[in-house]
Design a binder for this molecule. Structure first.
Ligand SMILES: Nc1ncnc2c1ncn2[C@@H]1O[C@H](COP(=O)(O)OP(=O)(O)OP(=O)(O)O)[C@@H](O)[C@H]1O
Ligand SMILES: [Mg+2]
Length: 355
């Protein structure tokens, strides 16, 4: 993990790191009242998370609904302002490091070209009144790149890149299948030739048969264009398919992170173990022998999370005790690159997912 220099120094990053997030915190006000809206509390959607995304690789954030994945993505892209923490980005080892929170002027414009997002619901994220051509060309128009004919040429190139053809250019989103719509969403994200793409549940709205095609397209594009992906998902088989590194989130915190195979075959946090134990596996023999860990109770409210370890109210570990209630477990490195935030990291049981 890279360390940051003091705040006064120029931010520094290892050349092989494209994105580095430290201590990221984001709170939202909870409002009440239909006429006069008063703030009655706060939801801490993201509570101090650290992660790096290595250049040209895929880092996945995985966790249940509401654990703060999209909020993290929006902070990373500068779409919402964090309350604390740092977000550093470097497009290539030859480029300057951009501090996303303080960037302005030309740095901010460059960052906005370099970092793009693909959303979960392709139909909702595409303007139904626009043609595919207009949708894909829009980032070029906004950034005043090229003229009408060069943009049209670029749109054709992008459509081919994502497996569509120029004849799709005149269609509107409603005339396309879900998979084709997501291809348009990807073409739009690639229009400005970004180096970082945030994929927020890019296949969860699609049929399973189409999911694999889109995931394969994304991995082809990554290889061809050298893209770095921050991938957000709750489906573990999707995460296993695409990731180099994985971070597991629970109620605004990262509870376990490391290389994909380490997290999938040697999970040490009881939450990761429970998630993996409950994920469907393709192999009936593995399904037969493994133990399913059922988590008791509901996800606590993010506006009133448990003290200490936020997972303790649902933790199946019998020796979860006083320490778990009083002290927030920090991420500790249990083996190179494998970090776990638990006072009682577990041995690997027979809950293993991809044995
Ligand atoms: N604009 C907002 N105003 C108030 N609360 C918000 C806002 N955006 C997110 N939240 C709250 O922050 C928490 C985290 O939300 P977030 O959307 O980041 O979760 P997520 O992990 O992306 O969930 P999902 O898997 O359902 O997309 C939730 O409790 C959510 O209700
Ligand atoms: Mg989300």
């Amino acid at each position: 993990m890279t360390t940051l220099q003091s705040p006064t120094a120029e931010p520094s990053l290892d050349p092989d790191i494209a994105l580095s997030v430290r201590g990221l915190v984001k709170r939202f006000p909870v409002k009440e009242g239909s006429f006069v809206r008063r703030t009655v509390g706060w939801v801490e959607a993201v509570s101090g998370i650290d992660f790096d995304v290595r250049r040209g690789t895929t880092m996945s954030l995985v966790g249940e609904s509401g654990c703060g994945k999209s909020t993290t993505a929006r902070c990373v892209l500068g779409l919402v302002a964090p309350d604390a923490g740092s977000i550093l980005f470097r497009a290539s080892p030859d480029d300057e490091v951009v501090d996303v929170r303080t960037a302005n002027g030309s740095d901010l414009r460059t960052f906005r070209r370099q970092a793009q997002i693909v959303f979960q619901d392709p139909f909702a994220s595409l303007n139904p009144r626009m043609t595919v051509e207009q949708i894909v060309a829009e980032p070029l128009v906004v950034h005043r790149i090229g003229n009408r004919s060069s943009r049209s040429e670029r749109v054709r190139e992008l459509l081919e890149l994502v497996g569509l053809t120029p004849r799709h250019a005149a269609r509107r989103p409603a005339q396309l299948s879900g998979g084709q719509q997501q291809r348009v969403g990807i073409a739009r994200a690639l229009a400005l030739d970004p180096s970082l793409v945030v994929l927020d549940e890019p296949v969860s709205a699609l049929d399973v048969s189409v999911q694999a095609q889109i995931l394969n397209l994304l991995s082809d594009l990554q290889e061809r264009l050298g893209l770095t992906y921050l991938f957000i998902a709750h489906d573990l088989s999707v995460v296993h398919h695409v990731s180099d590194d994985v971070a597991v989130m629970y109620l605004g915190r990262i509870v376990e992170q490391g290389p994909r195979d380490t997290v999938f075959t040697r999970p040490r946090h009881p939450y990761t173990q429970a998630l993996l134990s409950a994920a469907p596996v393709p192999d009936p023999e593995t399904e037969r022998v493994r133990t399913r860990i059922i988590l008791e109770g509901d996800l606590p409210s993010p506006s009133n999370p448990p003290s200490g370890c936020r997972f303790r109210t649902r933790c199946p570990v019998p020796d979860a005790e006083q320490l778990c209630a009083s002290e927030v477990p920090t991420l500790r490195e249990l083996e190179p690159g494998h970090r776990v935030a638990c006072h009682h990291p577990q041995e690997v049981g027979d809950s293993v997912f991809f044995a």
